[in-house]
Design a binder for this molecule. Structure first.
Ligand code: LLP
Length: 428
């Protein structure tokens, strides 16, 4: 278990060396609080583990997990590269200071004007379909134009069916058996394919599917290299590294994991004569997931047919429990040590019955006005937030060495109308 809980002598939840209730007082609730040090530690743990076994290694932060500019700056400083899946993410990465050569664009169902945009920005494109390849060949001059392809390694895994991205049901990537043909076609068009990529899913704590997928990707790469005469500069294994959300879940042992993956990489690149390419991985959740909490205040305790602890956040601020039935550990910030003695439902403030952060969850006695911390809210929390129910999006705060800084202002009611236009004839 490693839920990255820091508790002071009084049993209070501390983040970035600050008593988290102080942050609630200063910035209001709900509020996302992100611990800078933890992001840096997470990055370094992965980087050091892999480079110990294979020097030519890059981490491409999957910025969909948390595209806040300050978070991106931290990872830029650490030396990360970027996995971007939309033109907006490419734009954000450039704005955060990543040079184009540190960004890989892996889109799916990409439009022509988006291909044009990526090309203008000088960012390497990882193509997801033959259609994209054909359209790109008409948009750019393919002569020596570098590209990569995402393939489907026919291995999929993930914490929920929605988060499995390999196998026959997946919309992503090029069919395994078509890969050599597609690379050949690219070469015939004049392109210079330099990479191969797969991403099997998200939230995976078991190393087994990663190992299967790594083997599969290397087999595909070997086959492609021999049939289409490709010299790979990189092999990208995608992201998906999980973190424990439940206290009883184990961590992914990163050193062992790195050794196993690099062993497969080295053995098979040798077997297939692939030279000495870079190994890329694209973690999102692993880098930022456990670096943030969502602080929310209890405002209503209702003893109905069940006991509801009503809070001032909802699935508009953290969608994962409603969307994937995901578990997020919840602790009262003022007495983290106290054991849960009562099973309650923690309910958000969105007008939908599915807006629950927890069902039948043992929690210590809480009262109205208490603060709760929803843990592991750094990945796919703010980034999936919305204004549903016309609720402005909460503030984001960065904490480090006992100091807190606002990194996104709390939205106001006026922000709800950004870009809206009332036609003249309907004006009052
Ligand atoms: N690379 C590609 C091409 C991806 O599509 C993804 C995630 C990643 C890397 C990073 O995956 P990670 O290391 O963060 O697992 N909203 C879901 C997760 C969806 C992930 C989508 N793709 C959730 O809240 O669990």
């Amino acid at each position: 278990m490693d839920l990255n809980l820091k508790i002071n002598g009084n049993g209070k939840l501390v983040i970035g060396n600050i008593d988290s209730s102080k942050i609630a007082e200063e910035y209001g609730t709900p509020v996302y609080i992100t611990d800078e040090k933890r992001i840096r530690e997470n990055y370094r743990r992965v980087f050091n583990a892999f480079t110990k076994y294979h020097e030519k290694f890059k981490i491409l932060y999957a910025c969909k997990a948390n595209p806040n500019l300050a978070v991106m700056r931290i990872l830029e400083e650490e030396g990360s590269s970027i996995d971007a899946v939309s033109p907006g993410e490419v734009y954000t990465s450039l704005k955060a200071g990543f040079s184009p050569d540190r960004i890989l664009f892996t889109g799916n169902n990409v439009k022509n004007d988006e291909l044009e945009f990526i090309n203008e920005k000088n960012v390497l494109i990882n193509l997801d379909s033959i259609s994209q390849l054909e359209r790109l060949s008409k948009i750019v001059d393919p002569e020596n134009y570098k590209i990569s392809f995402r393939v489907n390694p026919m291995v999929g895994a993930g914490h929920h069916a929605h988060c499995i991205t390999g196998g026959v049901m997946s919309k992503f990537g090029i069919k395994e058996e078509e890969a050599p043909e597609v690379y050949k076609k690219a070469v015939d068009l004049g392109f210079k394919p330099i990479g191969i990529h797969s991403h099997i899913g998200s939230g995976i704590l078991d190393p087994k599917p990663f190992k299967l997928a790594s083997n599969a990707l290397l087999d595909i790469a070997g086959n492609v290299a021999s049939k289409a005469d490709i010299d790979f500069e990189f092999l990208d294994f995608g992201g998906g590294l999980g973190i424990p959300y439940k206290p009883e879940e184990n961590i992914l042992e990163i050193d062992k994991f790195a050794k196993e993956i690099t062993d497969i990489f080295k053995t098979k690149t040798g077997e297939y004569g692939l030279g000495n390419p870079y190994l890329y991985i694209e973690p999102g959740r692993y880098l930022v997931g456990d670096a943030s909490v969502l602080l929310t205040r209890v405002n209503t305790i209702k003893n109905s047919y069940r006991k509801f602890i009503g809070v001032d956040a909802g699935f508009n601020t953290l969608l994962r429990p409603a969307m994937y039935d995901s578990y997020h550990h919840i602790v009262p910030v003022n007495n983290v040590f106290e054991k849960g003695n009562e099973k309650v439902d923690v309910a958000g403030n969105v007008c939908e019955s599915g807006d629950l952060f927890a069902r039948d969850r043992p929690l210590p006695k809480v009262k109205e006005g208490d603060l709760l911390a929803i843990l592991n809210a750094g990945a796919y929390s703010f980034s999936m937030a919305s204004q549903y129910n016309s609720r402005p999006i909460p503030a984001e705060v960065l904490v480090n060495k006992g100091k807190s800084e606002l990194i996104r202002e709390r939205e106001t009611f006026e922000d709800l109308f950004n870009k809206q236009i009332i036609p003249k004839r309907l004006e009052k």
